[in-house]
Design a protein. Sequence first.
Length: 132
Amino acid sequence: IEFHLVNLAKPLVQSVISDRCILDAFCYTKYLRNAGKVSEKCYDIIKDIYIQNIPKMDLIFIQSIDGIPLVADKDRIEDHEFRNSVNDIFSIECNRLPSNVSFHYIHGSLEERVEKILNLIKIESRIREKIT
């Protein structure tokens, strides 16, 4: 969460691409609140920060969990229920995003995902240029 707050505090002078955004912090905090691991007060603070800042986003890419094996490492545990629950929260919240925020699920190998992201950025840029 601290990472997201630091990024949000920076003045936006150019386009920024990040592998995480305030949507991640909100969805994970919502999961932890539902699991009784985060207080309602903590959740409310993150929710307020999310509501204030999500309209500043242009594009959000969500890595589809389809075809991605769940492997325990130093940052993750092998917990299918956790993964599926968080994925469900992301799905719900993506459908509630403000109309100015586009989101896209991306699939495939790393190379395929990068190519899709680059193409979608180009398409979205052209659309936004025509609107303004």
